[in-house]
Design a protein around this ligand. Structure first.
Ligand code: FMN
Length: 211
């Protein structure tokens, strides 16, 4: 199947409690692989919502780098706005907007920092420029001009001319553990399929929601 054939196949797909995988991570893996096969643009881009101390929500896109039964992992600056929010309230939600195949996946859960060793493993796999970028950006802080960033980049290139860049202590990953995950499949006449997994102790309950 080429990507447009697979896109059509997924657009016509159906979701039912009896046919989804009882394990939500396996179900997500299946859909994620299908989003890749359909050649959606950045299928690992997810919209992350956090809430600040005054209950004001805010959203931004981050990239899902890996996931397993322990949770979904993304990387960021630990002093950014999102990180400040997570520090005071670790409840987050995530949305994968896979419009090209009439699907979305919504997650609610809790974010926690992964270990420094795990963050370092990923950091060291990144290109030199991205590693420098992590050092340079005081993410979410007000800056007077872009040229400040460009100057800092030149300084950092000199400083780390050996090519070896240490992991900044203010940078790393978060793992989101899941409380709920909903798979949404567009269907004709707005009678969409919505299948939601809800964590109940160590089991997952599967429910169908009205569109
Ligand atoms: C496609 C895309 C992917 C992004 N991936 C990340 C990411 O993985 N980590 C990150 O910190 N910011 C990422 N960003 C930038 C964020 O959307 C955001 O601007 C930044 O994290 C600061 O957010 P905050 O001020 O709310 O903390 C990405 C933006 C886009 C458009």
């Amino acid at each position: 199947m080429n990507s447009s054939e697979s896109r059509n196949a997924y657009i016509q797909a159906k979701l039912a409690k009896k046919t989804v995988d009882p394990n939500p991570f396996k179900q997500f893996k299946q859909w994620f692989d299908e989003a890749l096969k359909a050649e959606l643009h950045e299928p690992n881009a997810m919209v992350l919502t956090t809430v600040d101390k005054s209950q004001q929500p805010s959203q931004r896109t981050v990239l899902l780098k890996y996931f397993d039964e322990n949770g979904f992992v993304f990387f960021t600056n630990y002093k950014s706005k999102k990180s400040e929010h997570i520090q005071s309230n670790n409840a987050v939600s995530v949305l994968f907007p896979w419009y090209g195949i009439k699907r979305q996946v919504m997650i609610t859960g809790r974010a926690k920092k992964i270990s420094p060793v795990e963050s370092a493993r990923y950091f060291l796999s990144r290109p030199f420029g991205s590693q420098l970028g992590a050092w340079i950006s005081h993410q979410s802080k007000v800056i007077s001009s872009r040229s400040l960033l460009e100057t800092k980049l030149e300084e950092m290139k000199q400083k780390f001319s050996s090519g070896k860049v240490p992991v900044p202590d203010f940078w790393g990953g978060y793992q989101i553990t899941l409380d709920t995950i909903e798979f949404w499949q567009g269907r004709p006449n707005r009678l969409h399929d919505r299948i939601m997994y809800v964590k109940d102790e160590n089991n997952w309950k599967i429910k169908r929601l009205s569109p």
